[in-house]
Design a protein around this ligand. Structure first.
Ligand SMILES: [Zn+2]
Length: 429
């Protein structure tokens, strides 16, 4: 897989900008169509294709530094001396540092909120926060009094939701026996952590592995079934990664190879971590934005939202957005979000990102615009979702949400964008 392809995969859910009017589309058939009457006025209670449980994975699928608990959301902030965990109550707009120490300035590694020197993948499951620490070094003095650097393997850690009681759950490999210099993805889901580790050799050769661990026992369980079973001969760091969830099913993807714009097809599987087996779901168009579940998919083809049939490997048009440009579709249990996409080949600065919201009958739920003080090629995107809100990031590289809308505003033509507030660092201290 080329670097461009990897970047594209990551960018698939990011998006923005375009203008146009919404237009009714062709009629459709199949299971989605039974719930969809294109172009007609709808009630807001149309059942979605997506299970509510799906949110548990998808909410942090793109941004690994953002997770939800029952009570609020967590993200990470890069400060002068490292990366610190922040927390915001579900219905608040004020993030606080995840540290309750009364005299702490939240500026060094002794702070409960300190995670790592750089943002690290986080997860939340069953009342605990989890995070991944990549390979590191420490300076040690040997028996001869000589100082040298010692390799610290990548590891998985656990802490309480308030930042206390940090403890290491597992090393991701045995020190001195293996070497992985980086990671391609770390997902915490359904009681497991899935780890994509890779090492680039001196001649540029990539060695990668996917392994997983049990968050209950803290045990590293070995290679995932993807390593053993995937058909592709050209192993790469991304293939076999957790892709999405459909209720209790964890979906992983064997990415198609090929350059940007090719007609490749990704293959999806259901992964059962308890048995460590894969069950093939089917193939889907590579580079398609939207959502692909265990039974069917909904995705954007140009400006048209389509239903994907795995057996026939064809898409049935459901709704023509009438929008223009390189569009992106984000799919949630209670809404669909279309925004203009971003091409890795396009560096044109834009001054705003537009988002259009639809219900599952494709009736408009409104529009909002995310403006930039300075035009930027880094376009805003949907960052995550809670039961009450959609969260947006104003800069593509952001590790924390900048804005949100309230779903209770759906139905208004222009939906108000609210800002999240972050603790102010007092550098004078
Ligand atoms: Zn602190």
């Amino acid at each position: 897989m080329s670097c461009i392809r990897i970047i594209t995969v990551i960018l698939l859910t990011l998006g923005l900008c375009a203008c146009g009017k919404n237009a009714p589309a062709e009629s459709s058939s199949g299971s989605i169509a039974s719930a969809v009457h294109v172009g007609e006025t709808t009630d807001m209670n149309t059942p979605s294709l997506l299970s509510e449980k799906r949110i548990s994975v998808f909410r942090n699928h793109v941004n690994l530094h953002f997770v939800l608990s029952e009570d609020g959301i967590y993200c990470q902030e890069i400060r002068e001396n490292g990366c610190f965990a922040l927390y915001c109550d579900r219905l608040s707009d004020q993030f606080v540092v995840l540290c309750g120490r009364p005299d702490c300035l939240h500026q060094d590694q002794n702070c409960d909120a300190f995670i790592h020197h750089f943002p690290s993948p986080m997860g939340y499951w069953d009342g605990k926060l989890y995070y991944f620490l990549p390979k590191d070094f420490e300076l040690v003095t040997d028996s001869n009094g000589v100082e040298k650097y010692k390799d610290i393997p990548a590891s998985v850690w656990q802490m309480d939701p308030d930042g206390r009681n940090k403890q290491k759950l597992m090393d991701c490999y045995e020190q001195g026996k293996e070497e992985f210099s980086g990671y391609t993805g770390v997902f915490f889901t359904h009681g497991y952590v899935e780890l994509g580790l890779h090492h680039i050799g001196t001649h540029g050769e990539v060695a990668s592995v996917r392994r997983y661990g049990d968050l209950r026992s803290g045990k590293l369980l070995g290679e995932t079934a993807a390593v053993r079973d995937l058909a592709s001969e050209l192993k790469n760091p991304i293939e076999g990664a957790v892709y999405d969830s459909d209720g209790d099913a964890i979906i992983i993807m064997d990415y198609a190879f090929g350059e940007e714009g090719s007609e490749g097809m990704d293959t999806l599987y259901v992964w059962d971590p308890a048995a460590n087996t894969l069950r093939r779901i089917g193939r889907k168009p590579a580079n398609a934005s939207g959502w692909f579940g265990t039974k069917e998919g909904i995705y954007l083809d140009g400006a048209v939202i389509k239903r994907w049939d795995y057996a026939a490997e064809t898409g049935t048009p459901l709704f023509d957005t009438g929008l223009e440009g390189n569009l992106i579709l984000n799919v949630y249990p209670d809404c669909l979000v279309v925004s203009a996409g971003y091409s890795v080949f396009e560096q044109k600065a834009v001054s705003a990102t537009d988002f259009w919201f639809y219900d599952w009958n494709f009736a408009s739920l409104g529009h909002c615009r995310l403006p930039y003080e300075i035009p930027t090629p880094d376009r805003g995107s949907v960052f995550g979702e809670t039961a009450e809100r959609l969260l947006f990031v104003g800069k593509r590289a952001g590790t924390k949400p900048d804005y949100y809308i309230n779903k209770s505003d759906f139905g208004k033509e222009e939906i108000t964008l609210y800002e999240y507030h972050y603790p102010v660092m007092d550098l004078s201290k």
